[in-house]
Design a protein. Structure first.
Length: 381
C-alpha cells in the first residue's frame, strides 16, 4: 500500500467511527481527503500550511490584481476557485452587561476543477462552524454537507447562505443591498442563536480594491468585508435565553491558493473602535522568514485605506496553554501613523475550536490609545 492509500485509509476509518448516516459519512470523508491533500503525497500533506491552503491551485481560477469585484454577484459562490468562505463574527452584550461573542462560518471547496455539475454529481463540499463564547465558556459545533441536493448552498435572489438548519438570509426589500438586512441563525445540541443584522453602509474592499495579497510570492485572495452591522437578537445556552445587542463583522474571501510554501498559519484581527472606526489586520507566519503583514483602516463613514506593511507592529505579550499549545492571547499592536497603540486581550483565552482542522477563535477586548472590542482568529499553531 502506498503512502496516499495509507493516509486515505486512516482518514476513512477515523470518519467511520465518528459519523453516522451515509450522506454525512460521504461528505466528511471527501472533505477531509480533499483538504488534507491526498492527491499529493502523505509527506506533503503533513508539512503543508494550515488546512493544506498552500497546496497548488493548478486547474482552478487565479486571483489577479486589477480585477473589479461586482455586487451583488460576488456574494454568490465562485465554483471555479478552490476555496471560499462566508464568515460572520459578532460582539454582543446581554441585559446585565455580560459580553458574548458569536461566530458563524460557511466554507465551500470542490473535489476537482472540472466544470460544476448538478445533483448527486455535484462536486462542491460544504462545512459550517458555529460558536458562542463568554468569559466562562466556549461552545462550538461543526457540520458537513454536499452540494447539488439542497443540503447546503448560497443563492442570490434572495441572498441565502445555508448548511442544514444554519442560515444567513437576506430580509432586504427587492432592489436594496441584500446585505443591508440579514437574519443569522444556528441551532446545535448545546446552543443556538438568532440575530438580525442591519447596516446602511456599503461593503469595504480589502487590500487593493479587493485584491488581498498574502505573500511576497504573489499568493492572494479576493476579499471584502461588511464591518458595520448593528446586531440584535437572542442566544440560547441550555435552557437559558439571553437577549443581546451589539455589532457584527462579515468577511468574504475566495482564492485558489491562500498560502505560499513555508507559511504556516495566520493571526487575524477585526477591531471595532469606540470612535466608530474599524481596523482589519493580519500576519501570515512563515517557518523561516519574517511574517507577511496586511491591514485596512476604515473610517467611521466607511472609507478604507490600505496600511503599508512597514507601519504595522504586532507583538504577543502573554501566552495561554490551550490544547497543549502555547497561544498568544494578549497582544500589543501599534500603528504610529494612526497614533494607535493598543493592548488586545482575549475575553476567553481558552476559545479553542476543536474542529477537523483546529484553530483558536474568539472575542477580544481593546484598551490603550483606543478602546473597543473585536475578534481574533489564530491558525496553524
Amino acid at each position: 500500500m502506498n503512502s496516499d492509500s495509507r493516509l486515505k485509509s486512516v482518514l476513512i476509518e477515523r470518519v467511520r467511527k465518528a459519523a453516522t448516516g451515509l450522506g454525512l459519512l460521504l461528505s466528511l470523508v471527501l472533505f477531509l481527503l480533499l483538504l488534507t491533500g491526498c492527491d499529493q503525497s502523505a509527506e506533503h500533506a503533513t508539512r503543508s500550511g494550515f488546512a493544506g491552503l498552500d497546496a497548488s491551485g493548478e486547474g482552478f481560477a487565479e486571483v489577479l490584481p486589477g480585477h473589479t469585484l461586482s455586487f451583488p454577484e460576488d456574494h454568490a459562490p465562485h465554483p471555479t476557485f478552490r476555496t471560499e468562505w462566508w464568515y460572520l463574527t459578532a460582539n454582543l452584550q446581554g441585559p446585565d452587561g455580560t459580553s458574548y461573542g458569536v461566530q458563524w462560518t460557511l466554507f465551500r471547496q470542490p473535489l476537482d476543477a472540472d466544470t460544476p455539475r448538478g445533483g448527486w454529481q455535484n462536486q462542491q463540499l460544504w462545512m459550517g462552524h458555529a460558536a458562542i463564547t463568554s468569559a466562562e465558556q466556549h461552545l462550538h459545533s461543526e457540520t458537513f454537507a454536499r452540494g447539488g441536493i439542497g443540503q447546503a448552498d448560497v443563492q442570490l435572489a434572495p441572498f441565502h447562505a445555508w448548511i442544514d438548519n444554519w442560515q444567513l438570509l437576506s430580509l432586504a426589500d427587492t432592489g436594496d443591498d441584500p446585505l443591508s438586512n440579514l437574519r443569522l441563525e444556528a441551532t446545535t445540541e448545546t446552543f443556538s442563536y438568532r440575530l438580525n443584522l442591519t447596516t446602511d453602509r456599503q461593503v469595504v474592499l480589502q487590500g487593493e480594491q479587493g485584491f488581498s495579497q498574502k505573500s511576497e510570492q504573489g499568493q492572494a485572495s479576493y476579499y471584502y468585508s461588511q464591518p458595520f452591522f448593528a446586531a440584535e437578537g437572542e442566544l440560547q445556552i441550555g435552557d437559558q435565553v439571553i437577549p443581546v445587542t451589539g455589532q457584527a463583522w462579515m468577511d468574504r474571501e475566495w482564492s485558489s491558493q491562500w498560502l505560499s510554501e513555508g507559511q504556516q498559519g495566520w493571526d487575524w484581527f477585526s477591531l471595532h473602535l469606540e470612535t466608530g472606526e474599524k481596523l482589519m489586520l493580519f500576519q501570515l507566519r512563515h517557518a523561516t522568514d519574517e511574517p507577511f503583514y496586511s491591514g485596512t483602516w476604515i473610517s467611521a463613514d466607511g472609507e478604507a485605506k490600505s496600511l503599508q506593511r512597514s507601519v504595522i507592529s504586532m507583538k504577543p505579550l502573554h501566552h495561554t496553554t490551550v490544547a497543549d499549545k502555547q497561544l498568544p492571547t494578549v497582544w500589543e499592536i501599534e500603528i504610529p501613523e494612526r497614533e494607535l497603540k493598543i493592548q488586545i486581550s482575549a475575553l476567553n483565552p481558552t476559545a479553542w475550536m476543536e474542529t477537523s482542522y483546529p484553530y483558536w477563535e474568539g472575542p477580544i477586548i481593546i484598551n490603550g490609545s483606543h478602546q473597543g472590542v473585536g475578534y481574533l482568529e489564530m491558525t496553524g499553531y
